[in-house]
Design a binder for this molecule. Structure first.
Ligand code: NI
Length: 137
């Protein structure tokens, strides 16, 4: 088990009140857990800027009746096949599909894939969840 270190934090009363209010809304059990999460959040952000390898999830919503669009999305994913760990396709209704693409690789390449998918004409919504492979945090 990793060694736990205690440290003091000084901050304005008003800021602390706001932080406690946020902690309540987010249902953190205590300040320590909330601060740990903020630190990890920032470490993950740094991995996306400076790191070698990251993990992520790209979610796409589109209308599958647009055949050209489906072909384009498939072509793009094949081009970046080395980044893609898995893809899940969910038929949301008669028209709409949700595709979830789980990725791992260099941050710039993952962002490039996410950008290309998002910019494809006909994609209704696309979002990249930037997360970590977990080794640095
Ligand atoms: Ni579908």
């Amino acid at each position: 088990m990793k060694e736990i270190v205690r440290f003091g934090v000084s901050l304005e009363k008003e800021l602390l009140h706001k932080f406690d209010s946020l902690i309540g809304e987010k249902r953190y059990p205590n300040r320590s857990e909330a601060i740990r999460d903020l630190i990890r959040e920032n470490l993950v952000k740094r991995e996306w800027v400076k790191g070698e390898k990251v993990a992520g999830v790209i979610a796409l919503v589109y209308d599958h009746h647009k055949r050209e669009l489906v072909n384009t999305l498939t072509d793009i994913q094949h081009h970046y096949h080395s980044l893609i760990i898995s893809t899940q396709h969910i038929h949301l209704d008669e028209d709409n599909c949700l595709e979830v693409v789980v990725v791992r690789g260099k941050p710039k390449e993952v962002e490039s894939l996410a950008d290309r998918l998002k910019a494809t004409k006909g994609v209704k919504h696309s979002s990249l969840i930037m997360t970590t492979i977990g080794k640095q945090i």
